[in-house]
Write a protein that binds this ligand. Structure first.
Ligand code: SAM
Length: 345
């Protein structure tokens, strides 16, 4: 087990950490949390888990091997730097850079540059024939100042959120205002603990955001929508990404024609930019959760989104699911989504 730390996106308080844990669980990595800090999670796990996080995560920014963590006082940090061994981490003739990040206002701006300089000097002294290269370094040491702590280590990978921006609803050939941001769709697929080759159902597939994000992490997909226009549009979007779902069916989610899937990830209509078709948001959520029970085996998961006012956790528990977690995502003044994860009992 290696000591690792992950820098998480600050855009939501609970979702980034929950997504990371869900990825580790889905991929079968055992882990133990060492510490949860603002936007940073320190844990012990197999270092190979970094590859899975890199390939799947929407809300992780940096994965690193931890060298030490201490109180965020400059003198303490320098003492810890002087104590660590670095010779096996960075080879002769290789270059490096030190990058210090400050989360929110946990530290003064000036300390960042001062630490980069001082830590760089110590690394030069402790290693053989290495040099500083700030543009294309062979190795990057990263230090994060957060929650009164300084977490320091060797960066293994950085994860760019850019691809999600490139797949945002307006960039797809078929756009509909009800479409979910691709980053959130990926986050939901991860929260459902979907594994490679699993069959994921989105019974309200709309423009196909869930199907697309699930395919990008090697899942098989099937989508339903009750509107012909949405099925046609979804097909167009999937084709744009060269995606062949197992099925894309014009059907009512409440009376679905599906026999078995591994998990359900979905965003039922809110009756705002897409109609609930003579039902209500709450009723449609109840109906689809009830209809989904026959599709899943014990332990399988459903990740579902709805306006916070629906109280998904209560609705799902009443139907007989085990409520695992809920996250709240602010959209605008009159809409905050609850993203709930349920397990079939
Ligand atoms: C909130 S949108 C889904 C958005 C989708 N996640 C996306 O990113 O494009 C809800 C979708 O459910 C569809 N819908 C509404 N009632 C339905 C029903 N009873 N069965 C299946 N689909 C339905 C709507 O046509 C709409 O496309």
């Amino acid at each position: 087990m290696a000591k690792l730390f992950f820098l998480l996106s600050g855009e939501n308080e609970t979702l980034p950490f929950a997504e990371l844990s869900a990825i580790l669980e889905a991929e079968g990595y055992k882990y133990s949390i060492l510490e949860k800090l603002d936007q940073v999670i320190r844990l012990k796990s197999d270092a190979k888990c970094i590859k899975s996080v890199y390939l799947r995560s929407a809300y992780t920014r940096i994965c690193a091997l931890e060298l030490f963590t201490c109180e965020a006082y400059e003198d303490t940090i320098i003492d810890c730097m002087n104590d660590i061994k670095l010779n096996r981490l960075i080879n002769e003739n290789k270059s490096f850079a030190v990058r210090i990040k400050r989360i929110r206002n946990y530290a003064e701006k000036q300390i960042v540059m001062s630490l980069e300089r001082k830590i760089g000097k110590i690394i030069l002294n402790k290693t053989k024939k290495t040099r500083v290269n700030l543009t294309v370094p062979d190795n990057i040491f990263v230090g994060i100042l957060t929650s009164g702590k300084f977490v320091f280590g060797l960066k293994i990978v950085a994860i760019s959120p850019k691809p999600f921006g490139e797949r945002r609803p307006r960039k797809k050939p078929f756009f509909h205002p009800s479409a979910m941001p691709s980053k959130l769709a990926r986050g939901m697929v991860n929260l459902a603990r979907a594994k490679k080759n699993d069959l994921i159902l989105d019974p309200f597939c709309g423009t196909g955001s869930t199907l697309i994000e699930a395919t990008f992490i090697s899942c098989r997909t099937v989508g339903l929508d009750a509107k012909r226009k949405m099925i046609k549009g979804c097909k167009k979007n999937l084709k744009h990404f060269n995606i062949n779902p197992e099925g894309l069916i014009l059907a009512d989610a409440r009376k679905h024609p599906i026999l078995k899937v591994d998990c359900v990830v979905t965003d039922p209509p809110y009756g705002r930019c897409c109609s609930t078709m003579k039902s209500t948001t709450k009723k449609i959520v109840e109906d689809v959760l009830s209809a989904a029970t026959s599709l899943l085996d014990k332990g399988d998961k459903i990740c579902i989104a709805s306006p916070k006012s629906i109280h998904l956790s209560v609705v799902g528990e009443k139907i007989g699911y085990k409520h695992l977690e809920s996250h709240y995502v602010y959209v605008h003044g009159s809409l905050t989504r609850e993203i709930a994860v349920f397990e079939k009992n």
